[in-house]
Ligand binder design. Structure first.
Ligand code: ZN
Length: 292
């Protein structure tokens, strides 16, 4: 079975024709989303990409925004994708191509990718967190996504770790992502040193700039506090941590070292795994859903 897989994000639409063979990054194409042109143009772009992929039996979509996975409609998208809220992605693509279409939120799809092709393979259930500009989260339970009452479960970036603290993109104050995201690290570095650095640049400068070392240590503690709350609440066998910043070994090393001291004894067996699939996770998770 051939599956046309798409991962629709705020900056690019990634695409992959899956034929059941192992895939590599080289097979993934990227097309600019041009989100500012609006959702209708975006759906035209998506159709053009699909037409260029030749013949396929199913379409698998991973997309930014909150998704109703049954109707395949976008329940809510931020202004990163203007006008995208309410778009009936599944219906539009089924009408245009006459094949079954599955649609899932990109963070959930990435977690499923890790569950079936990556770091989550040994586990039936785990929590997945992605640290980038914000913090994305997903709950894999017995091999499926736990969606919650209104398809919005896993918003781990918005658990409160500093009630009444820094403002957050959600409109609240003191959310986890305002302190522990890669974006929060960069903001803190800028506030304290005046330097505008990416997360990767911060780590590259660590050996030469001890001042940055303390900021990074404090930031890793922030990551830890959120994980402690989530692990106590869910008692998962594993937590998968993703986002480019997690390629810095210092982060997971430090968390693994400190976590046991901060968890209740019967939670300490939890495994921490680094996400294995990088930016292919969403595509592969979407493929898994389409294959079912
Ligand atoms: Zn928030």
């Amino acid at each position: 079975m051939k599956i046309a897989a798409l991962d629709i994000g705020g900056t690019a639409v990634k695409s992959l024709l899956y034929t059941g063979q192992p895939v590599s990054q080289k097979e993934v194409s990227e097309t600019p989303t041009n989100a500012f042109l609006g959702a209708e143009t975006l759906m035209q772009t998506v159709q053009k990409i699909l037409k260029s992929m030749g013949s396929f039996d199913r379409i698998a979509v991973s997309t930014a925004g909150q998704v109703n996975p049954v109707s395949g409609t976008i329940l809510f998208a931020t202004e990163n994708l203007p006008g995208y809220t309410g778009t009936p992605v599944k219906r539009l693509l089924e009408e245009a191509f006459g094949v079954p279409v599955t649609v899932e939120n990109d963070v959930n799809a990435a977690a499923l990718g890790e569950a079936y092709f990556g770091a989550g393979k040994p586990y039936d259930s785990f929590l997945c967190l992605t640290y980038g500009t914000g913090i994305g989260g997903a709950i894999v339970q017995n091999g499926s996504i736990y969606h919650g009452a209104s398809c919005a479960a896993g918003e781990f970036g918005h658990i409160l770790t500093h009630a009444g603290g820094l403002p957050c993109t959600c409109g609240g104050h003191g959310c986890y992502e305002a302190y522990a995201s890669a974006g929060a690290l960069c903001r803190r570095v800028q506030e304290e040193t005046g330097l505008q650095l990416s997360g990767r640049e911060v780590f590259a400068r660590l050996p030469k700039q001890p001042q940055l070392y303390q900021i990074v240590q404090d930031w890793i503690e922030e990551i830890l506090w959120g994980l402690v709350s989530l692990i106590h609440a869910w008692n998962p066998p594993c937590v998968v941590l993703g986002g480019g910043i997690m390629n810095e070994p210092l982060i997971l090393d430090r968390i693994r070292q400190k976590l046991p001291q901060t968890l209740m004894p019967n939670h300490r067996a939890v495994h921490l795994e680094k996400a294995a699939l990088g930016n292919m996770a969403g595509l592969l998770g979407a493929v898994h859903l389409a294959e079912k």
